[in-house]
Design a protein around this ligand. Structure first.
Ligand code: ARG
Length: 263
């Protein structure tokens, strides 16, 4: 995770971002601190990436790249506004003993924000921020299958706003974010889906962090909480509205480091 010292909405690259809406920096810091505490409370340990002035979205470490064991594949950001984050991400992973392998120059892919582990591979989104052609390249680099879903709602521009793996059999899914082929891909992939409505998804319900049986969520509608609890999960809600101004929730602010995709 990256502390929100230099977080703000300084440009507009998704439909949530409005430069005219000021970010309350102290509130953002308090929300971020509460998220760290919730993750630690659930048993996670948190490593920090130093914040950098002029890179307000560096806090969204989910987009840094994809981790698989000791391998790190850095993102190729769609928008120039985020491209200067990459050297900082790469330096951190190199310093921490990861093997950095890169995608070919052409084509965008925004890391774990657009690729989530499920069933021994990745479920990856494309259209708004990542290109479908990068999925086969990722699969080759990582040696695991990458299943593609096309994202259709610009407000749900990363796959981590539409999908949240819970355990081997279960995931929160927001079909409203996918084309009909993508819906079928997920249907075939997830034995026990927890379906989110468009309204749930627009509250960034899917943008949750799962630590063992704890689900740390930016919002949790009653019906969703009931199903999670029935499945034996504990729900912790961490309001993230300052980060929502930039189009991010709990999961975007984290990047899991203990990932083994299988394969
Ligand atoms: N402002 C950031 C952007 O538009 C938000 C990134 C949210 N990240 C995510 N994994 N959904 O790039």
């Amino acid at each position: 995770m990256c502390p929100p010292e230099h977080f703000g909405v300084l440009y507009e690259i998704n439909p949530w971002m409005r430069r005219a809406v000021p970010v309350d920096v102290d509130r953002a810091r308090a929300q971020w601190d509460a998220l760290v505490a919730a993750l630690q409370g659930a048993g996670a340990s948190v490593e920090l990436l130093p914040p950098v002035e002029g890179l307000p979205d560096l806090v969204f470490t989910a987009n840094a790249g994809i981790v698989h064991r000791d391998q790190f594949v850095p993102a190729h950001f769609r928008h120039p506004e985020r491209q200067d984050e990459v050297p900082h991400d790469v330096a951190w992973f190199e310093e921490h003993g990861f093997r950095v392998t890169r995608l070919p120059e052409r084509g965008a892919h925004e890391g774990a924000g657009d690729a989530l582990p499920f069933a021994g591979g990745l479920l990856s989104g494309y259209r708004f921020r990542s290109d479908a052609a990068t999925h086969a390249q990722l699969s080759r680099l990582l040696g695991v299958p990458v299943r593609s879903v096309e994202l259709v709602d610009p407000r749900l521009y990363h796959v981590d706003l539409t999908f949240c793996p819970l355990d081997e059999r279960r995931a929160m899914v927001a079909p409203a974010g996918w084309d009909s082929y993508g819906c079928r891909v997920v249907q075939a992939l997830v034995p026990e889906p927890l379906e989110l409505s468009l309204d749930d998804a627009l509250q960034f319900c899917a943008n949750s962090v799962v630590v063992d049986r704890t689900v740390v969520m930016p919002a949790c509608p009653v019906s969703v909480g009931r199903q999670l609890e029935q499945w034996g999960f504990e729900v912790v809600v961490c309001p993230m509205d300052e980060f929502l101004k930039a189009g991010g929730g709990c999961r975007c602010l984290t990047l899991a480091l203990d990932v083994d995709l299988g394969g």
